[in-house]
Design a protein around this ligand. Structure first.
Ligand code: SF4
Length: 212
C-alpha cells in the first residue's frame, strides 16, 4: 500500500493523474511478486505461505484501487515529489535516507502499522525535518488491522525547536557512533520490536537468549 501510494503520487506530480485502478492493482502485484522473490525463506515453506497470506489479507482490507486517488489527494493535496534522497552529516556521521513524500510545507513519512507513533518523538522524522529544515513534519499511518484506516499526525516546531532538534541529533547520533566504535550495543526492550525474538533476530542467542 505504501509503495502504491508513492507511485500514484509520483504519477500525479508527473502526468497530472493518479494510477487508474487497473494500474494500481498491477503495481501492487508487481511489488508483492518482487519482494516475495527477494526474501530468503530458507526451509520454512510454512513461513512463506503464512506471510503471503497475511500480506494478501492486509492488502485486501487496505487496498481499494477506486478510492486511491481521492484518498491521496485528501492527504497530500500539494505533493511535490516522493522518495527524495537526503545525504547529510550529523556529529561526523554520514546519514542517508529517503523522504517518502514532500511538499512546500511538510516532510511526510508513511507508516504501515497497528498503532500510531508520536510524530514529536520520531527519530526518522526528526532527521528528515532537520535535513530539509522544515518545521512541519507528518506521519501518515496505514492502520492495517482496521481496514482502510488512514490517519495523519503532525508536529510543528518553532525556530527554537529546530535549534534544539539539531543539538539533540548531534548528541544522540554522536552517542550511538561512540557506542558502535567501542562495540557497546545496548539492547532494546523486547516489547518494542517484533524483531527481538529468536525467530527474527540472528543475534538473539548472544543477546537476550543468553538469559533464557
Ligand atoms: S535480541 Fe536482537 S533485536 Fe533484540 S535487542 Fe538483542 S540484538 Fe536487538
Amino acid at each position: 500500500m505504501h509503495h502504491v501510494i508513492e507511485v500514484s503520487t509520483a504519477c500525479k506530480v508527473k502526468r497530472g493523474t493518479h494510477l487508474s485502478p487497473a494500474e494500481a492493482e498491477e503495481v501492487l502485484a508487481e511489488w508483492v511478486g518482487k519482494n516475495a522473490g527477494d526474501v530468503d525463506w530458507g526451509e520454512e515453506d510454512q513461513l512463506k505461505k503464512t506471510s503471503l497470506q497475511r500480506l494478501s489479507g492486509w492488502s485486501n482490507r487496505l487496498f481499494k484501487p477506486a478510492e486511491l486517488g481521492s484518498m491521496i489527494d485528501q492527504l497530500f493535496p500539494d505533493a511535490e515529489g516522493i522518495e527524495e534522497e537526503i545525504n547529510i552529516e550529523i556529529a561526523g556521521v554520514p546519514i542517508k535516507g529517503f523522504i517518502d513524500l514532500y511538499d512546500g510545507m511538510f516532510v511526510t513519512d508513511i507508516k504501515t502499522c497497528t498503532k500510531r507513533a508520536d510524530p514529536g518523538t520520531h527519530f526518522q522524522l526528526d532527521i528528515y525535518q532537520h535535513a530539509k529544515q522544515r518545521k512541519k513534519g507528518r506521519l501518515v499511518y496505514l492502520l492495517r488491522d482496521k481496514g482502510l484506516t488512514v490517519d495523519a499526525a503532525t508536529n510543528n516546531r518553532t525556530v527554537q525547536g529546530m535549534k534544539d532538534l539539531e543539538k539533540y541529533l548531534e548528541w544522540t547520533v554522536g552517542q550511538v557512533a561512540r557506542g558502535i566504535s567501542m562495540e557497546v550495543f545496548p539492547p532494546i526492550t523486547p516489547a518494542q520490536s517484533w524483531m527481538c525474538s529468536p525467530r527474527y533476530c540472528p543475534f538473539y542467542s548472544k543477546c537476550y537468549g543468553k538469559y533464557h
